[in-house]
Design a protein around this ligand. Structure first.
Ligand SMILES: Cc1cc2nc3c(=O)[nH]c(=O)nc-3n(C[C@H](O)[C@H](O)[C@H](O)COP(=O)(O)OP(=O)(O)OC[C@H]3O[C@@H](n4cnc5c(N)ncnc54)[C@H](O)[C@@H]3O)c2cc1C
Length: 708
C-alpha cells in the first residue's frame, strides 16, 4: 500500500488521470466535502457511480501507484491547506440505499456505505427496529462509521454490525467480511485505504416504535445542549484509558475553553471540540490541536491521540497533533484472507465430486419464466472430466451424437471441465445459438410463387364459358323476387334494432373481474359510462381502451350478456420488483420493466432492484437492464427465490444479485439469463452458499466462484 505521505510525481498523476478519463476531475477542492469545510484540493477526484468505476480505478492504480483517500461524509477528517496529493474517491448515490426488513422478516438492515447515520437511525426506528438510535447525532456515513467504529450513548458499530461488503482497490476484489474480522476497537479498525466499504449488514432488534422515537428525541436534545454546531469534526481527541478523565475534562481543567489560534478556537460548549471559523484554515486547527496536546502532556503526562483523520499534513505535523500514521496500520491477515490469497488468483470452486441433475420441474419453471429464451434440454447431467466413467460417458456421448442425427429425443449432458483451474460448464444444448451457427440461408429470403398464379398456366375451355352464361340468366330472373323479400326483412330488422337500441334493454349490471390494483376511480367512471346504455349498441371497445390506459392493466375484455349484464374481465400486470429512483421514490415494475406505480415508501413485498434508477412515471418503461433485472426477479425458480436478498443493476449493462448469505452474483450483461440461472442452480446445489463470497456468471459456461 502506498503511504499517504508519499508524493506522487506530476507525471504519475497525469497518467492516472488519462487512464481514468472523464471519471476524474483534477484539483477538486475537497474541503467542502468535510464538516470542517476547510482545506485544499485533491489532485485527482473520482465520484464512483458504480462498482465498475471502482474496478476501473483499481486497474489504473495497478499501473500507476499513487495514494488513495476514501471520503465518506467528511465528519471525521481535516484536510490540510495544501490538500491531498493523490486520488480521492467518494461513492455516488448507488451506495445510499437503506434496505429495511418487512415486519415478518428478521430485523436485518442492509445499508449502502454512503447512507447517513442519522437517516438510518430514524428510518430503523420508524420501521419498529431498535438498537441504532445512538447514531442519530453522528453526521457521518456508515462507511466512515465502520472504519472508525463510531459510537456513542453506550453503543457503537460493534453492537449491531454483522458483516461488511468491501471492495479491495489494490486487488480489485469484492468480499463480504464478517464484523469479527475487521479488528474493530474503540474508535478504530484494521481497515486501511485499500478497503472501500460498499455496504454494511446490521442486526437490530424489534422493539416499540414510540420508545425508539423518544430515545431519538432524548439523544438529539442532549447533543444540542452539550455539543456545538458550526464547523468541526466532533471530538478531536480520543478519551484516554478508561477510568481516567475524558479528553474534554482534561482540556477543560487547563482552562482552555475558548482558546484561539488564528481562525481556530476551542469550543465554549465542549472543550474537546475545535471549531474552524467560516473563512478559517486547516493549519490553524492543527496548530491548536498540537498546542492542546502539548499542554496535556506537560500537565498530566498523558499523550492524547487524535480521533480526527489528518489528511495532507507532513508526517511530523501529524504526529505532533496526535494523529496515528494511517500507513502504519497493521495488516490484519483474517481481513486480507477474505479477499483470497494474494498469490493465488484461482478463484474457482474445487471440481465437484458428484453428478447433478436438474429436475424437469425446475427446468419447466425456468422455461416458463424466460419464454422465448433458449430452452434447455431436460435431464442435464454433470460429467466430471476426470471421472472414472469419463471414457464411458464420452463414448456414450459419441454414440449420442450419432443417434442425434436419427432421433431428436436424445437427452443432452451438462459437462463440467476445468479450464486453467476454472469450472467450465460445457453443454452444447444450453448454448444459445449465435449467428455463426446458422449462416444466412439465401433461399429463405426469396418468395415462393405458386405455379397457378402465372397467367400462362390458365387453360381456356369453351364448355365452361357456356355454363357460366346460363347461370347468369337464371340469377337475373330471381333478383326481383329476392329484392321484394329482402325489403320486408330489412324493415323488420330495423324495427327490432330501434327497440333494442333503446334503454328498454339497457345495461343494468356491470361485473368486474380481476381488478386488484387498477384505479378504483377509473373503474367507477367506466362503470358509470356503461350504465343504462343499450346492451346492443354500448361501445365496449371504448371502455376497454379507457381501462387499458391504466398502467396496471395488461388487457381488458368486456363481455355482454343479453338483456342487461356486462362483465369486465381485467388482466393486470404482475408487480415483481421495485427500484428507487434518483428522487428517492420507489418504482414498482412488472417483468417487462414497465413502471406500474411510484411510491414514497419501500414496497418490501417485492424484491428490490438495487442501484439508483431513472425517475419514471407510471406507464413508462425502464431501460433494458432494469427490464432484465425485473425478469430475473420474476423468473427465479422456487428453489432460489427464498435465498435471494435482492437483484441489482451494477452499471449500464451489468446485472447482479445478492443472496441472503451475502454471496454476490454477477450476471454480467443482461443476456442469456436462463442459462445463467441454470449454472447458478447447479453451483448452489454443489456448494454451501455460506462458503461462497462471489460467483461470476458473465459466461454461464465458465462461471468463476470465489470461496471463503
Ligand atoms: C458534530 C459531530 C459529532 C460527532 N459525534 C460522534 C460520536 O458521537 N461518535 C463518533 O464515533 N463519532 C462522532 N463524530 C465523528 C464522525 O461523525 C464519525 O466518525 C463518522 O462515523 C465518520 O463518518 P464519515 O462518513 O464522515 O467519515 P469520513 O470523515 O469521511 O472518513 C473517516 C475515515 O473513514 C474512511 N472512510 C470513509 N468512508 C469510507 C468507506 N466507504 N470505506 C472505507 N473507508 C471509508 C476515511 O478514509 C477516513 O479514514 C462526530 C462528528 C461531528 C462533526
Amino acid at each position: 500500500m502506498i503511504s499517504e505521505f508519499s508524493r506522487p510525481s506530476d507525471k504519475d498523476l497525469n497518467r492516472l488521470a488519462s487512464l481514468l478519463g472523464d471519471r476524474i476531475t483534477k484539483d477538486e477542492p475537497i474541503g467542502p466535502y468535510t464538516t470542517y469545510r476547510v482545506g485544499g484540493p485533491a489532485s485527482l477526484f473520482m465520484r464512483a457511480m458504480s462498482v465498475d468505476d471502482l474496478h476501473a480505478a483499481s486497474r489504473a492504480l495497478a499501473k500507476v501507484k499513487i495514494p488513495v483517500l476514501m471520503l465518506g461524509r467528511g465528519s471525521n477528517m481535516l484536510i490540510s491547506n495544501s490538500g491531498f496529493r493523490g486520488l480521492a474517491i467518494a461513492l455516488g448515490p448507488f451506495a445510499e440505499q437503506i434496505n429495511l426488513p418487512s415486519s415478518d422478516q428478521d430485523p436485518i438492515v442492509v445499508v449502502g456505505a454512503m447512507s447517513s447515520l442519522p437517516v438510518i437511525a430514524r428510518q430503523s426506528v420508524a420501521a419498529g427496529l431498535r438498537g441504532f438510535e445512538w447514531a442519530v447525532g453522528v453526521p457521518g456515513s456508515i462507511g466512515g462509521a465502520v472504519r472508525m467504529n463510531a459510537g456513542g450513548h453506550g453503543s457503537d458499530m460493534i453492537a449491531s454490525l454483522l458483516s461488511v461488503r468491501i471492495f479491495h482497490i489494490e486487488r480489485g476484489i469484492e468480499a463480504n467480511v464478517s464484523a469479527a474480522n475487521l479488528g474493530l476497537r474503540f474508535r478504530g479498525s484494521d481497515l486501511n485505504d485499500q478497503h472501500i466499504v460498499l455496504s454494511a449488514t446490521l442486526r437490530l432488534a424489534r422493539g416499540d416504535k414510540a420508545e425508539g422515537e423518544s430515545r431519538l428525541a432524548e439523544i438529539v436534545k442532549w447533543r444540542r445542549e452539550n455539543q456545538p454546531g458550526g464547523q468541526n469534526a466532533g471530538s478531536v481527541f480520543v478519551n484516554p484509558v478508561s477510568g481516567a478523565s475524558s479528553a474534554g475534562a482534561l482540556i477543560d481543567g487547563l482552562g482552555l475553553r475558548g482558546h484561539r489560534i488564528g481562525t481556530a478556537s476551542i469550543s465554549d460548549k465542549h472543550a474537546n471540540f475545535i471549531q474552524a471559523d467560516e473563512d478559517g484554515n486547516a493549519d490553524d486547527v492543527v496548530e491548536l490541536m498540537t498546542f492542546v496536546r502539548q499542554r496535556v502532556i506537560e500537565s498530566h503526562g498523558i499523550e492524547l491521540r487524535s480521533e480526527i483523520r489528518l489528511v495532507g499534513f507532513s508526517a511530523a505535523i501529524s504526529q505532533e497533533a496526535g494523529a496515528i500514521d494511517q500507513g502504519a496500520v497493521s495488516r490484519n491477515t483474517q481481513l486480507e484472507s477474505a479477499f483470497g490469497s494474494a498469490n493465488n488468483t484461482d478463484l474457482s470452486i474445487p471440481v465437484p465430486s458428484f453428478s447433478e441433475q436438474l429436475s424437469d420441474e425446475v427446468l419447466a419453471e425456468l422455461k416458463d419464466a424466460f419464454d422465448g429464451d433458449a430452452t434447455p434440454s431436460a435431464n442435464l447431467r454433470v460429467v466430471l472430466p476426470n471421472d472414472p466413467d469419463k471414457s464411458r460417458d464420452e463414448s456414450r456421448d459419441e454414440s449420442r451424437d450419432e443417434s442425434r442425427d436419427n432421433s431428436s429425443t436424445t437427452n443432452s449432458s451438462l459437462t463440467l471441465k476445468t479450464n486453467n483451474g476454472r469450472i467450465v460448464i460445457v453443454d452444447e444444448d444450453l448454448r444459445l445459438p449465435v449467428d455463426s451457427d446458422h449462416p444466412i440461408d439465401e433461399m429463405t429470403s426469396s418468395v415462393n410463387i405458386a405455379p397457378t398464379s402465372d397467367p400462362s398456366n390458365i387453360i381456356r375451355d369453351s364448355r365452361i364459358e357456356a355454363r357460366s352464361k346460363g347461370v347468369i340468366r337464371s340469377l337475373a330472373s330471381n333478383r326481383r323476387r329476392l329484392l321484394t323479400a329482402a325489403g320486408s326483412v330489412v324493415g323488420v330488422v330495423a324495427l327490432v334494432l330501434i327497440v333494442l337500441a333503446s334503454p328498454i334493454v339497457g345495461v343494468r349490471k356491470v361485473e368486474i373481474e380481476g381488478a386488484r390494483y387498477v384505479s378504483a376511480d377509473l373503474l367507477i367512471a367506466v362503470e358509470k359510462s356503461l350504465d343504462g346504455k343499450s346492451i346492443l349498441t354500448v361501445d365496449t371497445r371504448a371502455a376497454e381502451r379507457r381501462l387499458e390506459g391504466d398502467p396496471w392493466v395488461e388487457s381488458v375484455r368486456i363481455k355482454s350478456f343479453f338483456p342487461s349484464r356486462l362483465v369486465i374481465e381485467i388482466v393486470e400486470r404482475k408487480p415483481v420488483a421495485f427500484y428507487i429512483g434518483v428522487d428517492n421514490r420507489s418504482r414498482v415494475v412488472d417483468p417487462q420493466g414497465r413502471v406500474l406505480a411510484v411510491e414514497t415508501g419501500q414496497p418490501t413485498q417485492y424484491l428490490q432492484i438495487t442501484g439508483v434508477g431513472p425517475n419514471l412515471a407510471p406507464g413508462a418503461s425502464a431501460g433494458t437492464v432494469y427490464k432484465a433485472a425485473a425478469q430475473l426477479a420474476a423468473g427465479l425458480p422456487t428453489e432460489l427465490s427464498d435465498r435471494v436478498l435482492n437483484v441489482g443493476v451494477g452499471g449500464p449493462n451489468q446485472l447482479v444479485m445478492t443472496l441472503r448469505t451475502g454471496t454476490l452474483i454477477n450476471f454480467g450483461p443482461p443476456i442469456d439469463l436462463q442459462n445463467k440461472l441454470i449454472s447458478l442452480l447447479v453451483l448452489l446445489r454443489r456448494q454451501d452458499a455460506k462458503q461462497i463470497i462471489a460467483i461470476d456468471l458473465t459466461d454461464p459456461r465458465t462461471p468463476t466462484v470465489k470461496s471463503k
